[in-house]
Ligand binder design. Structure first.
Ligand SMILES: Nc1ncnc2c1ncn2[C@@H]1O[C@H](COP(=O)(O)OP(=O)(O)OP(=O)(O)O)[C@@H](O)[C@H]1O
Ligand SMILES: [Mg+2]
Length: 347
């Protein structure tokens, strides 16, 4: 008997018309049910183009017909026209793109990637903000070198704090250093809501959102509150990371946020003296993960002790050592992210 996973994998062959991404990674496949030889698939698309629905239906049928063990296919394709839904109150009106940085598990370098991605986007002449939504271990205020607490303007809005040219807002401003905070769900949501509604972000090209590690309820709630345009998943070279990355992908699919791709952090070590590459962990896991998940691979960030030193010092490597291989890898990542957003931002 065919499995739901096989059905999903077959549907990955169906690209959203005009784009290179497939309907599964976009999160348009809402349900798959297998009952013996009968396969039922619900697809819900958002598009203003009347040809897209029938084309996706045709291609999905063709893809499923090729699967061994499939008898009858019941396909339900619903098309929603954008703009028809009642307009939600606009969150972050001056911010063009909101991009989350996530990871299936902790300690993979998510905050380091987020901070350096923000700086690399800044280097591409974009205006950039950082929303540190890591309720368990906020770190962006330190990593991006913010020395002052946020102030409030005449309109009673909180002003984000400048750190290396990035507008930063972090839960870390609200808690004493080294005090473990046990945030209860409602408190977290309230603080986050304030960050979205009461912070004077101003006009930004990109707001980078550093999410808490993992894929539990807290992460899901945050991704529902922040109207994200895309997400990147940070992983490490080891094979086991695939399982965590998959959980991340599923989480974003649930809230219909497109995953821009997977980035592999702490890749091979390039010796600063001779340039020789040593694969400290295994290599290629990030690329394989991206392939297995059907999302773009956004590149590798080498492991480099300077990444740690510069991050701890509040001037991450992209700002402190822009010519280093790690900094250049972050700039390539930034370009890939811009491209993933449709190249719609000037850079
Ligand atoms: N490419 C790299 N090379 C060397 N060290 C790195 C690299 N990326 C991150 N690190 C180091 O790994 C440690 C963990 O990184 P970081 O705090 O960014 O991870 P995280 O995923 O945000 O962790 P948490 O789950 O605690 O939020 C830090 O000490 C950081 O300096
Ligand atoms: Mg972190």
């Amino acid at each position: 008997m065919v499995t739901e996973q096989q059905v999903l994998d077959a549907l990955r062959a169906v690209k959203f018309p005009g784009l290179t991404r497939d309907i599964v990674s976009f999160g348009f496949v809402k349900a798959v049910r297998v009952k013996g030889e009968l396969v039922e698939v619900d697809i819900r698309l958002t598009t203003a183009n009347p040809q897209v629905g029938p084309q996706v239906e045709r291609e999905a049928r063709a893809a499923l017909a090729q699967l061994p063990g499939v008898g009858e296919v019941k396909l339900s394709v619903t098309v929603e026209t954008p703009g028809k839904a009642p307009a939600a109150p606009q969150v972050l009106p001056g911010v063009r793109f909101k991009v989350a940085v996530a990871s299936g598990k902790g300690g993979v370098g998510k905050s380091t990637v987020a901070a350096n991605l923000a700086l690399a986007l800044r280097q591409l002449n974009l205006t950039v903000g950082m929303l540190d939504a890591d309720v368990y271990g906020p770190s962006q205020h330190l990593m991006l070198g913010c020395t002052e607490p946020p102030r409030v303007n005449e309109e009673e809005k909180i002003l984000p704090v400048d750190g290396n040219g990035i507008k930063v807002m972090s839960l870390g401003f609200l808690v004493e250093p080294d005090t473990p905070v046990i945030w209860r769900g409602p408190m977290v949501m309230k603080a986050l809501q304030q960050f979205l509604e009461d912070v004077a972000w101003g006009e930004l090209d990109v707001l980078v959102v550093d999410l808490p590690p993992g894929t539990g309820d807290a992460q899901l709630t945050i991704t529902q509150q922040v109207p994200l345009d895309g997400a990147i998943i940070v992983t490490t070279p080891q094979d086991v990371a695939l399982i965590d990355a998959r959980k991340g992908l599923l989480m974003f699919q649930r809230v219909q946020v497109p995953v821009l791709g997977v980035v592999e952090n702490m890749s091979a070590f390039a010796c600063p003296h001779c340039g020789y590459r040593t694969e400290i962990f295994k290599s290629g896991g990030g690329r394989r993960t991206a392939e297995a998940l059907g999302v773009p691979f956004l590149g590798e960030i080498p492991i480099d002790p300077e990444v740690v030193v510069t991050g701890d010092a509040g001037r991450p490597i992209v700002a402190a050592r822009p010519t280093s291989p790690a900094a250049q890898a972050f700039v390539r990542l930034a370009r890939a992210v811009v491209e993933g957003l449709g190249g719609k931002i000037r850079s």
